[in-house]
Design a protein around this ligand. Structure first.
Ligand SMILES: [Zn+2]
Length: 591
């Protein structure tokens, strides 16, 4: 398979693509574009951005092309090599698709290169044509060159189509930082921001990578690794690949040159480091230790696994833990980050409704497609998965083992793919059958996790408190201009009982007008158990109801290191040697 990608017209945001098949199917060659991209479990219909697609023989004779479904084209039979020509509209500035303007071009192959049915196992050669509008652009990709100079335009080669999908490509002017970890070259390419502290970011990333390479040990991964980072005014995300990750962060999250390095790094920079740590951990956990269900994925449909809690949850547990192990944050900061995750889960009534296994299986239609009812019906396999991994790690530690041992065991046997029940069986083998049963129940059921008990054993006290001391209504509110609209109703809360619904616009409480300016003062006057009259618009019609505020739920966690030599010793056996003081940090979402 030979592809060319041309960057003619950045102002149209369109890539021009040709795809040549030397030995097309004699009965007529079929071509498709994947409907999803590995690592992001949602059907995204990338083919909707293909325009003006045509087919011809290599000698220039037109070949008819018939569209047979949303992502598939059927060419008429032809005996010569066949060439498809089409354009791809690339205006999605995320890590999952493609983007092209005068500043840069970025793509995942799943957005731009059709595959030829029956030829998915053929090597794929892509020829990246240099743009006419900018002579100084370079290329950043983990794909090996096939004649292209390092970081230059020209040809790159993938062993087959599945491999082609695993190498995002960035083209433009970027900051390029390099470092070695255990002798393996690592690259960070940053688009969209040049004036940050290069030396500090390079040093900190190198520390994270070293901690993780040490954790997994042998066999050592020796392919060069690429962090492809796009810095923007506002945005956040990451997507893992075998030898690369595509990252998106806020410019302000990168440390300024000359920023003070004493004490703890600020929360934005910690968020960026946590993202890089998360995607790098996937280098093992999901890209090489893989769910069996995703070993040979169907590119045209959802692919189901009940194991996303493991691949995303365990990765989420380790992403911040590795910042602590790399000495980039201290113990108190780590406990603050962990407390935020605990609070997020506790503030999600969906944890009583959906298990981690169900959340994993239904990611395609639930976690990735949130709506107003999501907090009541869905639990995140990232956050609750991370807390399950924490409880598992602590339980294993009480038996003289730990989650690192478990991950190394999986890594040693990584070729076969992980079966659905294999995790439980392996835990039983390492930590005893009772622990295996506990984990299966935790993953397949909705019981509360034994966080307080496990943390207490390791010298950390879990303290519950209300997020806000004010009486509670069980509704999340958002301002839209001068309107105050209900975005979510908490199941079984006062607002639900009063008949309010997501989408309602609050206009008055006790006859006093609700505006973004008055809302806080009105909420501050509420009294637990005392009815308030509430006027609201639903679909433009005025209505009223009686709301009865209740005491706020104690659903916000604080983690406190317990004093005393024994508590300290146990805590250190889990978290290592603590260092200097810290600052408040914020939680985050990641892919
Ligand atoms: Zn992830």
């Amino acid at each position: 398979m030979n592809y060319t990608l041309t960057l003619h017209s950045p102002e149209t945001h369109q890539f021009e693509i040709t795809c040549r098949v030397d030995a097309p199917d004699p009965d007529g060659q079929r071509f498709s574009l994947p409907v999803w991209i590995p690592g992001s479990y949602m059907v995204r219909e990338f083919a909707r951005h293909i325009v003006d697609i045509r087919a011809a023989t290599v000698s220039g004779k037109a070949v008819s092309l018939t569209k047979t479904d949303k992502a598939t084209w059927q060419a008429a039979p032809c005996a010569e090599p066949l060439i498809l020509t089409y354009r791809v509209y690339a205006w999605d500035l995320s890590v999952r698709a493609a983007h092209f303007d005068r500043q840069h071009a970025f793509f995942n192959a799943s957005s731009v290169f059709l595959y030829a049915h029956g030829q998915e196992n053929q090597p794929c050669r892509i020829d990246l044509q240099p743009p006419e509008h900018a002579a100084d652009w370079q290329v950043a990709t983990s794909l090996p060159g096939d004649g292209a100079a390092p970081f230059g335009f020209g040809a790159y080669l993938a062993a087959d189509y599945a491999e082609l999908l695993d190498h995002p490509v960035e083209m433009g002017r970027f900051v390029h930082l390099e470092f070695d970890v255990q002798g393996v070259p690592h690259h960070l390419m940053v688009t969209g921001c040049a004036d940050f502290d290069h030396a500090r970011v390079r040093r900190d990333l190198a520390r994270i990578c070293r901690v993780q390479m040490d954790l997994f040990g042998k066999p050592k991964l020796d392919a060069p690794y690429y962090f492809l980072l796009t810095a923007v005014d506002s945005g956040y995300g990451g997507l893992e690949h075998k030898n690369a990750s595509a990252l998106l962060c806020k410019r302000a999250d990168l440390p300024a040159v000359g920023a003070r390095e004493q004490g703890e790094p600020d929360s934005g920079y910690v968020r960026f480091l946590g993202l890089a740590s998360h995607e790098y951990f996937h280098r093992w956990n999901v890209k090489r230790i893989r769910p069996k269900a995703l070993l040979a994925p169907d590119w045209q449909a959802e692919n189901y696994t009940r194991l996303l809690w493991f691949f995303e949850g365990v990765t989420s547990y380790y992403d911040d833990l590795c910042l602590l192990r790399a000495d980039l944050i201290d113990e108190a900061s780590y406990l603050d980050l962990l407390a935020k995750t605990i609070s997020q889960v506790q503030q999600t009534p969906g944890r009583h409704v959906q298990s981690l296994a169900e959340s994993s299986f239904d990611a395609w239609i639930k976690y990735y497609r949130p709506d107003e009812n999501t907090p009541n019906a869905v639990i995140s396999y990232y956050t609750k998965g991370a807390l399950t991994a924490l409880c598992l790690d602590l339980a294993l530690r009480r038996k003289g083992r730990n989650l690192d041992d478990f991950m190394r065991g999986l890594w040693r046997d990584a070729d076969k793919g992980v079966e659905e029940t294999e995790i439980f069986a392996r835990v039983a083998k390492l930590g005893g059958s009772a622990l295996g049963r506990w984990l299966q129940n935790a993953v397949e059921g909705t019981d509360e996790l034994p966080l307080a008990r496990q943390l207490a054993h390791f010298g950390v006290k879990l303290i519950w408190q209300p997020e806000n001391p004010r009486p509670w209504l069980g509704a999340r509110l958002k301002h839209e201009g001068n309107k105050t609209r209900i975005s979510h109703i908490t199941a079984a809360g006062p607002a639900e009982q009063a008949g309010l619904a997501a989408g309602d616009v609050l206009v008055a409480l006790q006859g006093n007008e609700v505006t973004p300016q008055t809302l806080d003062a009105l909420l501050a006057r509420l009294v637990v158990g005392q009815d308030v009259e509430c006027h609201y618009f639903r679909h433009g019609t005025l209505a009223s109801t009686k709301l009865t505020p209740v005491a706020p739920p104690a659903d916000t966690a604080r983690l406190k290191a317990v004093s005393g030599a024994k508590a300290k010793e146990r805590r250190q056996s889990w978290l290592g040697t603590p260092t200097a003081p810290k600052a408040g940090l914020v939680p985050r979402e990641k892919s």
